[in-house]
Design a protein around this ligand. Structure first.
Ligand SMILES: Nc1ncnc2c1ncn2[C@@H]1O[C@H](COP(=O)(O)OP(=O)(O)OP(=O)(O)O)[C@@H](O)[C@H]1O
Ligand SMILES: [Mg+2]
Length: 244
């Protein structure tokens, strides 16, 4: 049965979709059958980041409105990676249980299901979290993002998510050394969430999205590889000393 994880944040633009895509690529390349669900209704990202936006025929919005079957909406990206795209336009109705129903239906077909939530604590987060058992809470190392991550964590816990991990994204060691960013310890203290990993600031991530190609040399790849390893249950030390 799949491990179902929602990727959430308080503040927008902190890297949830990038992380969802990168973990999906890493785990599927290692042979794990992985489903990515884009939950950002009206603002889909994963189809664009994976270079398949022109090929999207149906989305989970069409499943909710009974225009197609679940199988019709699933897009095979590679041998082990599947995408369930998000509606391109805002939903006409709320459909609070659609992601829960879909993940319950699909959980036996995958090892991992990652649900890319919209930013914030609104209905979109509730819809996304209803399909998950666990959460990755994403923050960048600034006060607003970290405060938002703490708030999201509380909302997720109130919604029955028992296990959350914190992922710090876009960490710039040089800025941190100059005292321009919150330290890792400060971020953990403010969110009270256990850390799963730190992804460095890496401009190649953006080029990778723009070119729709996977750049294997980028420095964030090794961070995603380690985080994917931890998600799959391996013991991989955090190596925080490198950040000091
Ligand atoms: N580690 C990183 N280094 C540099 N740029 C990054 C990194 N992670 C993400 N980005 C860039 O940050 C921008 C926002 O990323 P992304 O769309 O994944 O965020 P998001 O949290 O999903 O946003 P939204 O809240 O709008 O859904 C993108 O341009 C992406 O390329
Ligand atoms: Mg996004």
């Amino acid at each position: 049965m799949a491990i179902k994880t929602v990727i959430a944040s308080g503040k927008g633009g902190v890297g949830k979709s990038t992380i969802t895509k990168s973990l999906g690529l890493q785990l599927s390349e290692k042979g794990a059958s992985t489903l990515l669900i884009d939950c950002d209704a009206g603002l889909s990202s994963l189809d664009i980041m994976l270079g398949v936006s022109e090929k999207v025929n149906f989305t989970w919005g069409d499943v909710a409105e009974e225009r197609c079957s679940t199988a019709d909406a699933l897009m095979k990206i590679s041998d082990n990676l599947t995408l369930l795209p998000s509606p391109k336009r805002p939903l006409t109705k709320d459909f609070p249980d659609i992601i829960k129903n879909l993940t319950e239906k699909l959980q036996d077909d995958y090892d991992y299901i990652f649900i890319d939530a919209p930013a914030g604590i609104g209905r979109g987060l509730h819809r996304a979290a209803a399909g998950a058992d666990k959460a990755l809470v994403v923050a960048t190392a600034d006060e607003v993002s970290v405060t938002g991550a703490g708030t999201v964590q509380k909302v997720l816990r109130e919604n029955g998510i028992r296990e959350s991990r914190l992922l710090i994204n876009r960490y710039d060691v040089r800025a941190a050394k100059k005292g321009l960013l919150l330290t890792v310890d400060e971020i953990i203290d403010k969110t009270l969430v256990q850390l799963i990993g730190i992804v460095p600031e890496d401009k190649n991530i953006m080029y990778s999205t723009v070119s729709e190609k996977r750049l294997k040399t980028r420095k964030s790849d090794s961070a995603f590889l380690r985080i994917a390893g931890r998600i799959s249950g391996k013991y991989i030390p955090l190596e925080l000393s490198q950040l000091k």
